[in-house]
Design a protein around this ligand. Structure first.
Ligand code: ADP
Ligand code: MG
Length: 486
């Protein structure tokens, strides 16, 4: 393994090919259902099986989805599109070819921005093209046979190909998570990497620092989590550097990642383009995308994270950090916007969503969009704590869990029922303070001799005596005043 020091003598060059499975109801060229998790080979029509005489018919929805992603990634949308056949033999590809796009990808020349140090770095997107998925070969269920599930054959994919502009595992992580966030916001792919809805192939090469010519590259296939993207890049770049230092050549090849031990192993030597004998698909007409169509799609598109971050930092005065966390998922962002329709406490609502609400949902293992409390009720809770009527910690730890159980109730009503309202009557607190100080004369003496840490003990005693909730700060102040002034 190379040390961090030798790492510095090399540039890492990474290009990503990301496949996003589109969440259409039916396949790209056939009416079969696409739902994930159905019994094997139950979503397979004659078209998918490539029976003679069957013909593909393009699902219009996938065109709309492709245009959306193209616009969201700053691409140019191509008006004249052809489909092509990519020929190869494999048991999970009944037709013997995959319908894809070759020299007319529907979107091209785009970019995404990642943070590199303190500045934004543009990662160019070479192309986004449409294609169909292959079936699934299952090798681990029977020692003697492989099984084939063709449910996935013909599911629509967008392949997003970056230029080799990424230069670290961290940049690759940002790029893929941004793409995932975009497809989720657009509602065109669920972005679930574990289930294979978003799959990532990583192309990696290294070269001596400053050299312009790129090194020989290796492709690592089908990484199914962001973490594995990162691990594969780290392992592979170290392997390359070690080879180069030993004076050995890098083989151009396709490798697979072994998630159990974080290493890669060779799958096959890389196919060259001519191996696929691409030619225009004769069974499909060219696809024409008009300017009007693009404008219509643009007008239908939901607002994207970047725009929402601008709104949250601009109109609501949130920090860039808070705005980024809140827009991480569309559900949380929309919930924030809903909540601030009911209250002007923009920053407090952000604190609640990023803090207690998120923590609570994490604990119960649910996503933010299944938070049962309405935006209006959350706003009421925020106002209740902001006014000091319930202390923040009590509201977060005791009131919120009950609200989740009884979301139809006004939080103030619940707080009253549960005795969580802050006792704001200073005289009542003072009475309790006197009672406690009389009860512990020895501790009062110790405190006065300088054992100031006892204040917390007194606060605890006062709080315990009260039937109602006390504002810990008020108790603290009154106790300190009384102890220090006598
Ligand atoms: P192929 O025909 O082998 O698929 P492409 O030109 O389509 O090659 O590139 C595939 C991916 O490999 C792209 O994401 C591209 O950015 C990346 N890539 C190309 N050359 C290199 C290199 N030298 N090092 C790292 N990545 C590379
Ligand atoms: Mg390629």
């Amino acid at each position: 393994m190379s040390s961090g020091n030798t790492m510095n003598q090399y540039d890492l060059v990474i290009g990503l090919e990301v496949h996003a499975q589109l969440s259409t109801e039916s396949k790209i060229f056939a009416p079969d259902a696409t739902a994930f998790g159905a019994a094997p080979n139950t979503q397979v029509s004659f078209i998918t099986l490539a029976h003679p005489g069957t013909l593909p018919l393009l699902n219009q929805k996938v065109v709309e989805y492709a245009v959306m992603l193209g616009l969201a990634t700053n691409c140019t949308i191509r008006s004249y599109n052809e489909f092509s056949r990519k020929n190869y033999f494999y048991a999970d590809l009944p037709k013997g070819y995959q319908i894809s796009q070759y020299d007319t990808p529907v979107c091209y020349n785009g970019y995404l921005e990642v943070a590199a140090g303190n500045s934004a770095k543009r990662i160019r997107i070479n192309r986004i093209h449409l294609e169909e998925d292959a079936g699934k070969s299952i090798h681990d269920q029977n020692p003697r046979y492989s099984y084939i599930d063709l449910n996935r054959a013909g599911v629509p994919l967008l392949e997003i190909v970056s230029e080799p502009d990424l230069s670290s595992a961290d940049e690759a992580w940002q790029y893929v998570s941004q793409l995932r966030q975009l497809v989720q916001y657009l509602g065109i792919c669920d972005g679930n990497m574990e289930e294979g809805s978003l799959r990532c192939d990583v192309n990696i090469s290294v070269k001596p620092k400053g050299q312009t010519q790129l090194g020989e590259r290796v492709e690592v296939k089908n990484l199914n989590s962001l973490r594995n993207v990162k691990r594969a890049i780290e392992y592979e770049s170290n392997r390359h550097i070690t080879l180069l230092q030993q004076g050995q050549p890098i083989q151009r090849e396709t490798r697979s990642f072994d998630a159990n031990n974080g290493t890669t192993f060779p799958l096959r030597s890389k196919e060259l383009e001519h191996d696929y004998r691409y030619f225009p698909e004769p069974d499909l007409q060219p696809l024409f995308i008009s300017e009007t169509y693009i404008t219509d799609v643009k007008n239908k598109m939901p607002r994207l994270p970047k725009e929402l971050v601008e709104q949250l930092t601009g109109s609501f005065g949130l920090s860039f950090y808070d705005a980024t966390v809140l827009t991480d998922t569309k559900e949380t962002a929309l919930f924030y916007l809903d909540t601030v329709k009911h209250t002007g406490l923009y920053k407090a609502v952000a604190n609640w969503l990023i803090g207690p609400v998120k923590a609570f949902m994490n604990n119960v293992g649910r996503a933010a969009d299944s938070f049962p409390v309405s935006a209006e009720r959350l706003a009421q809770l925020v106002e209740l704590t902001d006014s000091g009527a319930v202390s923040f910690s009590v509201a977060a730890q005791e009131l919120l869990p009950v609200m989740v159980q009884q979301p139809e109730q006004h939080p103030q009503q619940l707080a009253e029922q549960l005795g969580l309202m802050v006792q704001d009557d200073g005289n009542a607190i003072l009475e309790l303070v006197e009672q406690v100080l009389a009860q512990y004369p020895d501790k009062v003496k110790e405190y006065k001799k300088g054992k100031k840490g006892l204040l917390g003990f007194f606060v605890g005693q006062v709080t315990r005596l009260s039937a109602k909730r006390l504002d810990p700060q008020a108790v603290n102040n009154l106790l300190a005043q009384r102890l220090n002034n006598s």
